[in-house]
Design a protein around this ligand. Structure first.
Ligand code: SF4
Length: 175
């Protein structure tokens, strides 16, 4: 995976808690390889070259830890607004898993937007965070039809797998 330089990771979100239930936002990766045909994040207005190629952010976890340490307000950190943080490279690089460990250690909450059932790998950490702060998980289900899902969202698990993931998260994280 290619890495790009990052000076900051966390961004304070204006009106985030009223509108989305989050106080901070972060994207641990740049670009997304799920190739959803309707994705607006690849729009030119966001200036992300080669959007379909996922790049990591250099020292992302060190920067994140320094930023979490300094925050007085233990708010909810949103992940995945511009890039699904559970892309296939996450299996190997575990940037998201590393970030969840830090979020738990420093007592923050988390809100994740995803379409991938790879999130199930991190049930242990989500459960841990939920004991101390808020956990919000948002799955996009565009269609209940798996054949259609394979066409419009070709590089991520089909909708039926997402429904199964929601059930598993509900049964294991939000007890
Ligand atoms: S998962 Fe989200 S960011 Fe990734 S391609 Fe699909 S719509 Fe775009």
């Amino acid at each position: 995976m290619e890495f790009i330089k990052a000076k900051t990771i966390l961004t304070k979100v204006k009106y985030g808690s009223e509108w989305y239930g989050i106080d901070y936002n972060m994207n641990l990766y740049r670009g997304c390889s799920h190739r959803c045909i309707y994705c607006d994040s690849r729009s030119n207005c966001y200036h992300i070259d080669n959007f379909d190629i996922v790049r990591g952010k250099e020292n992302a976890l060190n920067i994140l830890e320094q930023e979490l340490c300094k925050k007085r307000e233990k708010g909810v950190v949103g992940i995945g607004a511009m890039s699904d943080t559970y892309n296939p490279l996450e299996k190997q690089y575990e940037q998201t898993r590393g970030a969840l460990k830090l979020i738990s250690r420093y007592g923050f909450g988390v809100s994740i937007d995803t379409k991938s059932d790879l999130i199930l790998r991190d049930i242990d950490l989500l459960k841990e965070i939920n004991l101390k702060n808020n956990v919000i998980i948002k799955f996009t289900i565009t269609t209940p039809n798996d054949d259609l899902s394979r066409i419009i969202e070709p590089n991520v698990c089909v909708s039926s797998k997402r429904f199964q993931a929601i059930k598993k998260l509900n049964d294991n994280v939000f007890l």
